[in-house]
Design a protein around this ligand. Sequence first.
Ligand code: NAD
Length: 295
Amino acid sequence: MTERFVVVGAGTMGLGIAYVAAGAGYGVELVELDQARGAAAVERLTGLWERAVQRGKLTAEQAATNRARVTLRAGLAEVAEAPEVIVEAVPERLDLKRSVLAQAEALRPMLLGSNTSSIAIADLAADLARPERFCGLHFFNPVWAMALLEVVVGPATAATTTEAAVALAGRLGKDPVVVRDMPGFATSRLGVNLGLEAIRMVADGVASPADIDKAMVLGYRHPVGPLELTDLVGLDVRLDIARTLQAAYGDRFAPPPLLLEMVAQGRLGKKSGQGFYRWTDGVRSGGTDLPGGAR
Ligand code: NAD
């Protein structure tokens, strides 16, 4: 019988997790409340598999098999009990994630994971009846290209759950790190710090976003600069993470006014077509005027 992998939230991350889980042979149920977003995610998945065929990475038959493994669901109420894995990838808000996790837990998955970028696993697990089955499963964007899976071990996470998460990473073709449960874990705490400082530097007029990014790419060998990365992640997602880290560690993570202003204007980065750069059909297509005269 096909093992079942449920992904809750078909946004940037949920669709990426669905892609790798289907590629690993799971029957994937992709749960999305927003019908239009769900349909767009399935269309994007189909496009990704078509591209994999064009690049010679998959045969047309393999791509069709993977595509057929994904089923869209309009809510967790449509999901049958006892799947092998449920991963939630809904927006980075504690109350929302807690309520989704409580519904997910009622389906009695073998392994329950959160793709949170920053929220402590202990906080997410507060209302769970079986927190020993729960851990952080922090994937990176784009999921099909990024090797890392950060496994975050909460205070109640059982050793068998951590082992299952590490085994899952192997099956999905990911390389895991196992991390203690502190807000922002090993990755977001450093990465978001860099991104926020880069935004403050834009506001201070130190250099253009393109030159700040170029400095880090050429000077520090980062594969992508901190502002382009913020566009790829989503400015709204980074803002939510900054707020979580500010609450945990203080004002060194306070979101810069420029970030607040851009999110308020709906300039969310690649997904909205404009952030620190302009994006056309998913490709960076140039610079853009920034609010308040920031360069
Ligand atoms: P997103 O906004 O692109 O997608 C979230 C999706 O969840 C939306 O489609 C939304 O409609 C859906 N949703 C909301 N409530 C729901 C519910 N109750 N049931 C089903 N679907 C629901 O967000 P994202 O960028 O994919 O981020 C999701 C999570 O992954 C966040 O916790 C974020 O911090 C984390 N994360 C993001 C990135 C990134 O680069 N974007 C990287 C690593 C981790």
